[in-house]
Design a protein around this ligand. Structure first.
Ligand SMILES: [Mg+2]
Length: 189
């Protein structure tokens, strides 16, 4: 596992709907889940390159009463079981169940966690040992890109096509960059 050797690793932050699976609107059941072409292979590519794979996904369907947080977590566990079949994994899932106009009162709030807020990315940066300067986000909407910008990481808009190729290109770029001398999370010289 990437975290066990004590070094900070780059991370790729992935939006879920529209990047990992086809965005059919409020996907929460396995039967509605359809992998994006190359998504599993892209995740495996990152795993093999020792780049952390972290999903950051708005799930306002919870706030709207369409499904529960447990439904979200259940689907995420299923996704990782599917990935395990090819020896891949998502290291962490962060989801935001809140929405300002929620039907369910406990989820009715303006939250920095909801993209374009940077909250989920910042939380992950705080909870994992991540080489922030060499991390990036792939998302399919402006909200994702703005969230990355606000969190201070670079980003790539995904508009379809082979996600594995896109992943390989960005990982190639970040891994070719020299480690800076002393930024946060890295070892002192
Ligand atoms: Mg999306």
């Amino acid at each position: 596992m990437a975290q066990k050797d004590g070094h900070a690793h780059p991370a790729v932050f992935l939006d879920r709907d529209g990047v990992i699976n086809v965005d059919k609107g409020y996907v929460h059941k396995v039967s509605d889940f359809e992998w994006i072409e190359g998504a599993r292979e892209a995740i495996k590519y990152a795993n093999d390159a020792r780049v952390l794979v972290i999903v950051v996904t708005n799930q306002s369907g919870v706030a709207r009463g369409y499904y529960s947080e447990e439904d979200v977590r259940k689907l995420h566990r299923w996704i990782n079981r599917q990935l395990a079949d090819i020896g891949a994994r998502i290291d962490a899932f962060y989801y935001c169940p809140y929405h300002p106009e929620a039907i369910i009162p406990q989820y009715r709030r303006i939250s920095d966690m909801r993209k374009p807020g940077p909250g989920m990315i910042l939380k992950a940066l705080a909870e994992w040992k991540i080489d922030k300067e060499r991390s990036f986000l792939i998302g399919d909407s402006d909200r994702d890109i703005v969230a990355a910008e606000r969190a201070g990481i670079r980003s790539q808009l995904f508009g379809g096509g082979d996600l594995r190729a896109l992943m390989a290109k960005h990982i190639g770029t970040v891994l070719a960059e020299p480690l800076a001398a002393t930024p946060q999370g890295r070892e002192s010289p």
